[in-house]
Design a protein around this ligand. Sequence first.
Ligand code: C5P
Length: 400
Amino acid sequence: MNDIVKKRLILGVTGGVAAYKAAELTRLLVKNGVEVRVVMTEAARHFVAPATFQALSGQPVLTDLWDGPAANGMAHIELTRHADAVLIAPASADFLAKLVHGAADDLLSTLCLARACPLLVAPAMNREMWDNPATQRNVAQLKRDGVVIIGPDSGAQACGETGPGRMVEPATLAEDVESYWHPKLLAGKRVLITAGPTFEAIDAVRGITNLSSGKMGYAVARAAIEAGAEVTLVSGPTCLTPPTAAKTLSVTSAQQMLEAVNKEIAGTDIFISVAAVADYYVLNPSEQKIKKDAHILTLELAPNPDIVANVMNLPNPPFCVGFAAESENLYEFAEMKRKRKRLPLLAANLVQDALGSEDNELTLFDDDGAHPLPRAPKIVLARQLIARTAKLYHKEKGSK
Ligand code: C5P
């Protein structure tokens, strides 16, 4: 259940204002353990100096076809033979046109032509340039050639106009590139995930909730997307940004979460219930803010529906994965919960290890026993959970 091995990326930077964002992209990729070699066009060097990329990547920056470091003088071939992918970010309109025609008049265009690895491009240009039929023709041709086009986003542009053509933000680009490398264990599968806490209203401003941050559920959503799944995320109130590739439904109470799950469940292959659903709701919440006085206030609580139990009781339930947060006796309580809820797979952690933190320790329980996963960032654990889920799912379906 290991995480992926270190990947090598050639980051091609072409001439555009968004070149400054490529510096942040380099930093994020390097932070995530990717080895980044930066190749800049001459135009890119008018926007950002190579020294910036050299400092951030810890590698020499290549700019010239003629004085590459390769012993045989063929840097354009040498470089790509050791790379897992080439990413052009930002990719200018001019560079897209060059790629379409197989031009090879500088180091970056030549290595794109000579490469033996996948090519990903993140276009960035003025909205009229993007909408121009010539650019659209070029993009369509690149897609036909198997090039992966990421973005562009729409919004305010450096030129003062608003529209499509902004380079996808560095954090999203870094995620997209890393996703591209993950094994597509759930290709074409529909995965529904609940995440975060629920909030049960007491009155117009107060409620009962819990300390779930939603980080684990969002990490599971990202890992499922990386594995090629079509993901729907039903989220209670959190401060997190959902993965752009997920369809996200925001809910507040357990009842709303149940309704959203019921709405989305048809056609779902795998249901992963990460949410910390409140066990009780307030029977008669006040529409107005309750005024305080000297008397004891009694709230009447009624049990919430068990969402994962509802899903398990469907005539043809999807493959269901549960979570358990315990404060003691992890193995005993988690296995009891898995049996009681008839779940083929349950991920359990100690609350004191998990709540709100970036790291966690998780133990997976299934019919083969307990599989402890050592402390790691939540995204790493989520990938391991998705790998185990995919294995058991395909075993049950006899599909792999
Ligand atoms: O709260 P409990 O420990 O029973 O939660 C175990 C699993 O059941 C979790 O996967 C949780 O998301 C799910 N659950 C649910 N609806 C509830 C309570 C828990 O789906 N009302």
